[in-house]
Write a protein that binds this ligand. Structure first.
Ligand code: IMP
Length: 422
């Protein structure tokens, strides 16, 4: 099993890379997160953002698994499938989308609770996507939730009604103005009827059998290392395990079966939501990168914070994931700048930090190394030898600092704008 992971704070361009390499696999599988993800894929000059559906969905003959470690919002997934079929009528998810019976549901009240906690002064505002992700995962841990397989049981409706009513009671006591319970229940159960038509199975058995038959699986990470619940910049993180080890847990596949681990990183950094971002740019250059790189949340539309590449954070992400190949994206966005900065380490009064382990002492200061910028028309480039010398030097510098080869370089939003470097 090979794995694709984000190494920064999400939005590194995982969808595009997976779309490109998924033809080499028999199965692509999502192992964490839910409709908080936004994996953008381009087809015939049009762009679609996949939230819950694995990015191999467009490939004929590739099966796509929504694994056990995910949380699934039936209402959102129904909409996503309907939009996908409008976007590309040749795609038939009913034939190549498989859902784990053990994936947990995101209930309508999880979304309401998420919004409530984000807005209420008694709680830390995370800047979540308000998709109810944390609430679904926390109810899973509390053992109070319902799972995909439960929808085939006779008491499913009763169980869901019980949870919805309990959450409504709590939220109305806390003063939240709530939509009609009948309306949200109706939407939810309509989506459940839709979902029942899909192949819902024990995906662990399916995936392990596929591996033993010599089939190739690509695990698709959502969010990213610095948003990992354990290893990220807590509390400003998502609620799932976003790492390579998380792929094993979320899919029920042994760590012995891991192959290549592709780490995706931008040539700079972005972040949506709150939390530390020590190389953040607050000036016009930050705005310029945001506009040029179209750095607006593919899921929520929120403007992304922008900043310089953070090598201490990347070293940590590479270490905890065991990344074997780096895929660098969006170097084209920095084109035209006279010089480009990279944070090599953090300085303290009495030492330095070369690897950020999810947090930094207050008095640490990013140390930037300035490299020559590049200026080129990337739109027609076909080979690494056409890259400007300054960008080649930038890549060599990063490889030397991180001790991992950059094997792919994305040079534009188009599907074909990806150079194989090695
Ligand atoms: P949640 O996952 O919706 O609970 O949000 C928790 C944090 O993770 C927030 O800062 C979100 O902006 C961030 N986040 C969640 N999913 C993504 C993603 O796919 N890309 C980037 N950031 C994300």
């Amino acid at each position: 099993m090979d794995i694709v992971l984000g190494l920064q704070w999400g939005d590194e361009g995982k969808g595009k890379f997976i779309d490109l390499i998924s033809e080499n696999y028999n199965i692509t599988a999502r192992f964490n997160g839910g409709s908080n993800a936004g994996h953008s894929i381009e087809r015939n000059g049009q762009r679609i953002t996949l939230k819950m559906i694995p990015s191999g969905i467009f490939m004929k003959g590739v099966q796509n698994v929504v694994g056990t470690g995910t949380v699934l919002d039936p209402v959102s997934l129904k909409k996503e499938i309907e939009n996908l079929q409008i976007f590309d009528q040749t795609v038939h998810p009913i034939d190549n989308l498989i859902i784990s019976k053990k994936a947990h549901f995101v209930l309508p009240t999880h979304r309401l609770l998420d919004a409530f906690m984000e807005d209420h002064p008694d709680y830390t505002t995370i800047g979540s996507t308000r998709n109810g992700i944390a609430q679904a995962y926390s109810n899973k841990i509390l053992r109070q939730n319902v799972r995909v397989g439960d929808m085939f049981l006779p008491d499913f409706e009763e169980k869901v009604h019980h949870i919805l009513k309990r959450d409504y009671k709590q939220l109305s006591e806390d003063g939240m103005v709530l939509p009609s319970l009948e309306e949200i229940s109706q939407d939810f159960f309509e989506a459940i009827d839709f979902l029942k038509k899909f192949n819902c199975i024990e995906t662990e058995i399916y995936l392990n059998k596929a591996l033993s038959e010599g089939k190739k699986i690509l695990a698709e990470g959502s969010q990213a290392a610095m948003l990992d619940i354990d290893h990220g910049t807590y509390p400003y993180v998502t609620s799932s395990s976003t790492t390579a080890a998380g792929a094993c847990i979320g899919l029920g596949i042994s760590p012995k079966k891991m192959g290549e681990i592709y780490g995706i990183a931008k040539a700079y950094c972005t972040r949506v939501g709150n939390g530390m971002f020590p190389t953040e740019l607050f000036d016009e250059l930050g705005d310029e990168i945001r506009t040029k790189g179209n750095e607006f949340g593919s899921n929520t539309g929120r403007p992304r914070r922008t900043g310089w590449l953070d090598l201490p954070a990347l070293r940590y992400a590479i270490m905890i994931n065991g990344v074997t190949q780096l895929v660098l994206t969006k170097a084209d966005v920095l084109s035209g700048l006279k010089s480009v900065a990279v944070c090599t380490h953090y300085e303290l009064e009495d030492g330095k930090i070369e690897t950020i382990a999810g947090s930094l002492p207050e008095n640490s200061r990013p140390v930037l190394k300035w490299l020559n910028g590049w200026n080129a028309d990337f739109s027609t480039m076909k080979s690494p030898s056409e890259l400007p010398i300054e960008l080649q030097e930038f890549l060599s510098f990063i490889e030397a600092e991180l001790e991992v080869p950059v094997t792919y370089l994305s040079i534009g939003p188009g599907r074909e704008q990806m150079l194989k470097m090695k």
